[in-house]
Ligand binder design. Sequence first.
Ligand code: AGP
Length: 600
Amino acid sequence: MCGIVGYVGKGLAIPIVLDSLKRLEYRGYDSAGVAFCEGQSVFRERRAGKLIVLSEALKNRMISSGCAIGHTRWATHGAPNVYNAHPQNDTSSNIFVVHNGIIENFAELRDDLIDKGVVFSSQTDTEVIAQLLAIELLGKIHTYQNVVRAISTVIKKLRGSFALAILVKELDYIFAVKRSSPLIVGEKNGECFLASDIPAILPYTDKILHIKDDEIVVLCTGKIRVYDNNLKQRKLLFRKVNTKMQEIMLGSFESFMQKEIFEGAKATIDTVERLQHFDVCSQLDKTRFDGDFDLHIAACGTALHAGRIAKLLIEKYLRLPVDIDYASEFRYSYPILSDKSICIFISQSGETADTLASLDLAKSLGAYTIGITNVASSKLAGEVDVNIPTSAGVELAVASTKAYLAQLGAIYCLVVSIAKLLHKSLDLDINVLLEIVRQNGDMTYCRDWETLLPDLSELDSLFFVGRGVDYYLAMEGALKVKEISYIHCEAMPAGELKHGSLALITPQSYVVVLLTQAELMEKTINAIHEMQSRGAKIILITTKDVQIDVTHIIKLPAVPDAYSPFIAIRPMQELAYMLAKHNGYDPDKPRNLAKSVTVE
Ligand code: AGP
């Protein structure tokens, strides 16, 4: 769950690599490093902390190298210190490796190497790769053919996931290889680029090539070669990417999270309009919906919260039972799946390890698999039976905002399509949804929070309460606030309060209550009274005209209940953002987290 980049060409490599790494920091920011070729040698600089620390260290260095690799790290093996920062090298400093992924059998490989007398200088799994390559190249001349053969031998010993970029002393080449971790290369006017993700190199080229598992890539000025696992060179078919530069630029916004909150309505509309043309119903395999079938949803974090709303809609409107679980639990909970199962996997990135593992499991048991993902080139999109694309555009902030709304849009389209397939009439209309989002999706609630921020930012705990769909929205609100403001947040179903959670409520407590469903109004108001009589201060977010005395009401537009999630999430996203800013935290890069969780 790190970001890797590489550049080789006539330009100055270090500024390009550092600039590209900036757009990969969402993948991790525990440490950063670069290695570059100069003369016959390879040099390295690395620092603990965010990329800015490394950039400062390199600021006054005149480095004329035209060939460099770089890394931004989210620590898996070993503390986030400078020794574990990448590039990792072999003992003789002939080989430098940056790595995104995880080598599952690294401990046994490492023990074996230690038995052979190799001395390790880090706790990382990546150093094992550098040391193995060194052994393979021992006594051999450093030619690119020899390095390609060495890489081919070494990757056969590795279990797990990796995208690697490698520099070898005496060679002005970048070598790269991947398995189950993303890797793209790009080219423009003889300059060659490599990265974990498109935004990293988009300012330099929009001619991109996706690398397949176990292919070995060699980049040098003016030439990219790709070898398959029989070491046969393959033809390169670059494609032009659609991502626009403004999608990855801040523009007038202070942070990507702020920008992405503002793009929520557009993400929903773009997704739904695209899916109307895509015609979800015609993409589904009708035979899988004949007779008996069982439905399952697995996802992580925000995507799971969107999935909970999918479950509710399917059960409420289609009267079909849905089993839902965290992907990390689903894969270990012995799910009862067969060729009668339909499994829906939701993931913004399409590269979340637990979601992908759940997908593998479902496929191995014969299930029909449906993906909802934002990254068309992702593993998830490529491996499900049918992928329903969301059109949120690039989402860079770790806290997912616009992608959640796009997922909801896709979910509503999917539910309507399944209804059509099953000839069920349904009280949901995609055009109504679009109209509601067009009219109300851009409303902002910053002013509401402004006066509350001083009190809220001092809290140790903040509670979110709701019932039914409002509880699922509360879950997403709580996740958003906790992950970037570091305040402990808990979502509680209104009806469960008196079964335990009410014990946490004191006169110091603030509770955000969601109320968007007429049928649950009375019950939720009762819960408010229960909490108020224990002294709690209530912030009510509602689409209803409620006559109730609370600390603060955030009045949302009175949209029909079925579409309230599209409107009710925004104030909570804004609260999270404003609390993080108020407390001086970077909303885009919360501590300990990274955007794509590509490790278990
Ligand atoms: C959301 O704000 C999170 N940072 C996180 O929970 C995220 O939704 C989760 O890791 C799933 O990611 P995915 O959608 O890319 O699979």
